[in-house]
Design a protein around this ligand. Structure first.
Ligand code: ATP
Length: 200
């Protein structure tokens, strides 16, 4: 039986960086957000369902998912966004379960930004949260994505408050310092996580 660890964190927290460290330690990590982006193009069933919901303009002239267009129409329409998510989330879920079956390691990770929001932590054995102070996260995303302070702040305002996530998480990595510190914190948490998992 696999032991699944949900890896999450708000925008700019450093969860993808932690995922990379975990992979370097030899553990497989499924990235739900990246897979969702791939699946809307790869899966014929998903593509058909999206076109049925949003029209053929959801895909550009090369047949690729038009994220900008879709974003612009679901942005102000909560109901449509809900329906779109109701199509995409089960497809990612199925893809994840297929991936799990292919893994030979016992301990595996599922990286997803919305672990607690979608209650996906209930399908995991443990949850691991990466967190950092809001001002630090905003600065990192501004540097990475050349977004304005206000744009990043708006995304953060729409995510679950950090203190609530900290309460829900089994393990927390604080990422307020440099990369070397983050790597050491990851290694330390992994040691206790693996010890604890062997006891379950
Ligand atoms: P998102 O949800 O936006 O994808 P994320 O939580 O996956 O973000 P990362 O992409 O890992 O976060 O990190 C955000 C940015 O901050 C990246 O450019 C990363 O290289 C940088 N970063 C992460 N941790 C640190 C750190 N401790 N010191 C310096 N830069 C960092």
């Amino acid at each position: 039986m696999h032991k699944i660890i949900g890896l999450t964190g708000g925008i700019g927290s450093g969860k993808t960086t932690v995922a990379r460290f975990i992979e370097e330690m030899g553990y497989p990590v499924y990235n739900s957000d990246t897979r969702a982006k791939d699946l809307v193009n790869e899966s014929h069933d998903l593509k058909a369902a999206i076109i049925q919901l949003l029209g053929s303009q959801a895909y550009d002239e090369n047949g690729l998912y038009d994220r900008k267009y879709v974003g612009s129409i679901v942005f102000s329409n909560d109901e449509l966004l809900k329906q779109l998510n109701a199509i995409i989330h089960p497809a990612v879920n199925k893809d994840f379960h297929d991936w799990v079956k292919r893994q030979s390691r016992e301990i595996i990770f599922k990286e997803t930004a919305l672990l607690f929001e979608l209650k996906l932590n209930l399908q995991c054995d443990k949850s691991l949260l990466v967190t950092a102070d809001e001002s630090i996260r905003i600065k990192r995303v501004m540097d990475r994505d050349s977004k304005t302070y206000r744009e990043v702040e708006k995304v953060i305002d729409n995510q679950m408050p950090e203190r609530k996530k900290i309460r829900l998480a089994d393990y927390v990595i604080e990422n307020n310092s440099d990369m070397q510190h983050l790597r050491l914190s990851t290694e330390k948490i992994m040691t206790s996580l693996i010890n604890d998992l062997h006891k379950i």
